[in-house]
Design a protein around this ligand. Structure first.
Ligand code: AMP
Length: 304
C-alpha cells in the first residue's frame, strides 16, 4: 500500500563535530521519502523554489519508488534550514530557518494521490497539515509530526490537528513543550486525550516509546559506534515506522510494535552520513540485519 507524505523539501546546511555540509538535500518530506521508500511506494507533496537542484533530487530518488508528481516548483527561494550539533548529538541547534517559497505554499494533493491509505503529515505549518486532510479520502491511518518551531508559533493549530490524526511522532523535548508536562507518560496521556490513539515519543540515542491507552512499548536506538549527522533521524524513523505499516497493512498492536523497531532501524541509518546519503545506499539485507540486531539487543530470557 502507498504512503502519501506532505513535508518540507529543503536545502540544509549542517555542522557537526565531524564536519560540515552546505546546501544538501534535506527536509522532513525528503528524509521521510528516502526512508519509507525502502518499504512501500511513496507519493511526495511539497514545494521547491527556483534555486533547488532538482536534478540532484531526481537523481537521488531515481531508483526508488517515490512519485514526485506532487512536488510544486514555485518562484522564489527554496526552504533553507541551517543547524549545528555540538558534542550532544541529540540536540539540534537551529541557526537559521528561511521559509522562502514555503511561506506561500498551499498543498495541492494530486487526484491520483487522494486515496492513499497511509498519510504522513511531515513537519510543516500545522495549518497546512490540516489543509491536506480536507483533500484526502478516508485513509486507513493518518500520522503527523511537528517540532519546536511550530509549537512556539502555532500551538493552537497543533492542538486542533491532534483531533484529526490517529498517531503522532515527536521527540521528548517537543512532547514536554507541547503539553507543559515534564513527565513523558503524562505528556502522552495529555496528547491522547486530544485525539491520537498512538503517541510515539522519540528520545534520540535513548530510543523511542509508543504509548496507547492501555500499553507502553519501548524500542532502543541502535548503539552505533559513530554517529555522523543526526539531521533527519526523526523523519527517517517516521519513514521506517509508517513505511512498515503500509507494507504490511496491519494495524494490530503487535505489528505497530514491529513498526517502531523498523523506525528505529531506519533512523540509525540516516545518522551514519550527511543528508540522505546513507539511506540511498542501504539494501533490504542491511535493513533486515539491523532489525535483527535490535531484536538481539533487547532479547532476554525471563527467569521463572
Ligand atoms: P529531524 O528528522 O527532526 O532531524 O528533521 C530534520 C529536517 O527538518 C531538516 O532536514 C530540516 O530541513 C527540516 N526542518 C527544520 N526546521 C523545519 C521547519 N520549521 N519546518 C519544516 N521542516 C523543518
Amino acid at each position: 500500500m502507498s504512503v502519501l507524505v506532505v513535508g518540507s523539501v529543503a536545502l540544509d546546511s549542517v555542522e557537526t563535530p565531524f564536519g560540515k555540509a552546505d546546501n544538501v538535500l534535506g527536509g522532513s518530506g525528503t528524509f521521510f521519502s528516502a526512508s519509507a521508500s525502502h518499504l512501500a511506494p511513496v507519493q511526495l507533496v511539497g514545494v521547491v523554489g527556483t534555486d533547488y537542484p532538482l536534478d540532484t533530487l531526481q537523481n537521488a530518488f531515481k531508483s526508488r519508488p517515490i512519485d514526485l508528481a506532487g512536488l510544486e516548483h514555485a518562484d522564489g527561494p527554496s526552504f533553507r534550514w541551517r543547524g549545528r550539533y555540538r558534542h550532544d548529538l541529540n540536540t539540534a541547534e537551529t541557526l537559521e530557518t528561511k521559509l522562502g517559497v514555503f511561506s506561500n505554499f498551499r498543498p495541492k494533493i494530486p487526484e491520483q494521490f487522494r486515496s492513499a491509505p497511509f498519510v504522513f503529515l511531515g513537519n510543516i505549518d500545522p495549518r497546512l497539515q490540516l489543509e491536506v486532510l480536507t483533500q484526502v479520502a478516508k485513509p486507513k491511518l493518518v500520522a503527523c509530526d511537528t517540532m519546536n518551531f511550530w509549537i512556539e508559533s502555532r500551538r493552537a493549530d497543533i492542538v486542533t490537528l491532534l483531533g484529526h490524526v490517529d498517531l503522532i511522532t515527536l521527540n521528548d523535548a517537543e512532547a514536554r513543550q507541547l503539553t507543559d508536562e515534564a513527565n513523558l507518560v503524562k505528556a502522552a496521556k495529555w496528547i491522547m486525550e486530544r485525539g491520537p490513539k498512538h503517541v510515539v515519543i522519540k528520545k534520540g540515542e535513548h530510543g523511542a516509546f509508543m504509548f496507547t491507552q492501555s500499553s507502553i512499548f519501548f524500542a532502543p536506538a541502535f548503539p552505533l559506534e559513530s554517529v555522523f549527522d543526526p539531521t533527519g533521524a526523526g523523519d527517517s524513523f517516521a519513514g521506517g515506522f509508517i513505511g512498515y505499516l503500509a507494507k504490511t497493512g496491519d494495524l494490530s498492536e503487535a505489528n505497530l510494535r514491529r513498526a517502531v523497531v523498523y523506525g528505529s532501524a531506519m533512523g540509525s541509518f540516516a545518522v551514519e552520513k550527511f543528508s540522505v546519503q546513507r539511506l540511498l545506499e542501504i539494501t533490504p539485507d542491511d535493513i533486515k540485519r539491523r532489525v535483527g540486531d535490535i531484536h538481539k539487543l533487547v532479547n532476554f530470557e525471563q527467569e521463572l
